[in-house]
Design a protein around this ligand. Structure first.
Ligand SMILES: Cc1ncc(COP(=O)(O)O)c(C=O)c1O
Length: 484
């Protein structure tokens, strides 16, 4: 708990207050100077005490980030941590890219306006134009928001209206993740997140990547008007589908006049080596959504991009135009400036090409490591800089002597090596990786698109060295780290 400063009486000559006395507020400088223990106490007191338990298991709770630049965080002890987590794909430019910072600084120095509700915003208009320019086909109409969930809500709504079905039903995939706001939560396939909430009922669930199952579902009910799919499943553990599948999805939706919504919040923005992952398959959806890296690591920006014909069908008249117009922070000034500069940097620095090339190198090095440790790594998969590393389930192969040790761990870690490996990569090698919602055996690697081969080497050398300890030592080292 923080010590509360002693409240002293105001001096007699202080001006008379009309409003309430100032509560005990921390200043920005005090926030900056909080130590690790105070940060943890405040997190547990005011944010999420249960979540702290998981941060502790992984050793994240010991790190206070003092600065971040490019591929690295620097902590309170001057330790540089290589970022292969990349905010689940939110950091295409790494941390604090100089051109992004400069564009934001200029915007502030010029005292530009932020809230774009009353007057038109030159920045929102320009960002929408840029998004149309990078999007194939007639994906030309843009809704701006401030998160992936908000962009996906907008995507599902525009598709539902454009489908023309009165009692429109939606198809989504097993292991899908589309956000946690109430609407898209209904098509996010997680019993944990869906909890006991009352969900939208007009939905069907099909296996991801299975065209036969999707076709049977769509053809079973003429009320189905929307199919929503991540092009690469992130929360599902970096799962791709074939070009045959995606071309089949397009043809099926055309045949039945069903809207196809491609969620590119995580896999889009150049991460797989194309601006949109669906571009690998020569198809264009009716509606798509971006967020994460669209904010260039400095702002909260989400966007729904719809084919003009689809948008006009849904909201194209003065009578329907305000049904889903932008919310308070949609198209906010500095966020748009950040996103405009980000898109320019993405192409000026050829970061999509870099993602493709360095991603291929990462996959090649990881495959060699898998072949060296086949009893530990089950599969390496992905494309560009969106890579999944799946470990073998060791719950039954673990030596008997170690089983009681593992039994004391959280249920979620049993049978899962990824938690142990992630925690030790951070503790012993200064490398940060991401975990996966639905498949605890998968580590997600989504480094910034500025990643070079030298960073891949640093990561792969660390992984190789850690795996060379063998499973027994890895488990023992992890359990020891929990005792300390
Ligand atoms: C594919 C996908 N869609 C939607 C979302 C929701 O985005 P946000 O967390 O910004 O609301 C995410 C977030 O991880 C995502 O990965």
């Amino acid at each position: 708990m923080l010590d509360r400063p002693v409240v002293t009486a105001p001096p007699l000559d202080a001006p008379l207050r009309r409003g309430p006395a100032k509560p005990n507020l921390l200043s920005v400088e005090e926030a900056k100077s909080l130590d690790v223990q105070s940060m943890a106490d405040l997190f547990k007191d005011h944010i999420n005490p249960g979540q702290f338990h998981f941060m502790k298991l992984l050793g994240f709770h010991k790190v206070k980030v003092e600065s971040a630049e490019g591929m690295f965080y620097t902590d309170q002890n001057g330790r540089k941590i290589l970022d292969f987590f990349g905010g689940f794909g939110s950091l295409a430019f790494g941390h604090n890219h100089p051109r992004i910072i400069e564009a934001r600084r200029r915007f502030q120095d010029e005292k530009r306006h932020e809230i774009a509700i009353a007057f038109l915003s030159q920045y929102a208009s320009a960002l929408a134009k840029n998004l149309a320019a990078v999007s194939p086909g007639s994906l030309d109409m843009v809704f701006l928001g401030s998160s992936g969930s908000e962009a996906m809500e907008a995507a599902v709504k525009v598709a539902e209206r454009a489908s023309g079905r009165k009692n429109c039903k939606i198809v989504h995939a097993e292991n899908s993740f589309h956000g946690k706001t109430k609407g898209v939560l209904s098509i996010t396939d997680s019993t944990l997140y869906q909890g006991e909430f009352k969900l939208v009922e007009n939905r069907y669930k099909v296996p991801f990547g299975d065209l036969k199952a999707l076709t049977a579902c769509v053809e079973s009910d003429p009320d189905i008007g929307v199919v929503v799919l991540e092009t690469v499943q992130g929360g599902g553990g970096i799962v791709q589908a074939s070009t045959y599948y995606w071309q089949g999805v397009r043809a099926l939706c055309d045949k039945h006049k069903v809207m196809w919504v491609a969620d590119e919040v995580q896999c889009g923005y150049g991460r797989t080596g194309r601006f949109y992952a669906f571009e690998h398959h020569g198809v264009v959806p009716d509606v798509t959504a971006l967020a994460k890296s669209l904010g260039a690591g400095k702002a909260a920006v989400g966007a729904m991009i719809a084919r003009r014909e689809v948008y006009m069908k849904a909201y194209g008249t003065p009578k329907t135009a305000m049904i889903h117009a932008q919310a308070t922070f949609g198209g906010i000034g500095e966020a748009c400036v950040t996103a405009i500069e980000g898109l320019n940097v993405l192409y000026d620095e050829d970061l999509i090409g870099n993602a493709e090339e360095v991603g291929a190198y990462l996959l090649e090095r990881l495959e060699a490591i898998r072949q060296k440790y086949p009893t530990i790594i089950k599969e390496v998969r992905g494309q560009g800089l969106m890579v999944g590393l799946e470990f073998q389930d060791f719950s039954r192969t673990l030596p008997l002597a170690l089983r009681p040790m593992v039994a004391i761990l959280d249920d979620k870690l049993k049978g899962s090596l990824s938690g142990f490996i992630g925690a030790l990569l951070l503790r012993d090698y200064d490398v940060l990786v991401a975990f996966t919602e639905y498949n605890r055996n998968v580590i997600r690697l989504e480094p910034p698109l500025i990643c070079g081969e030298e960073h891949v080497d640093q990561f792969c050398d660390a992984l190789d060295d850690l795996l060379s300890r063998g499973i027994v030592s890895i488990v023992k080292d992890f359990v020891k780290s929990q005792m300390g």
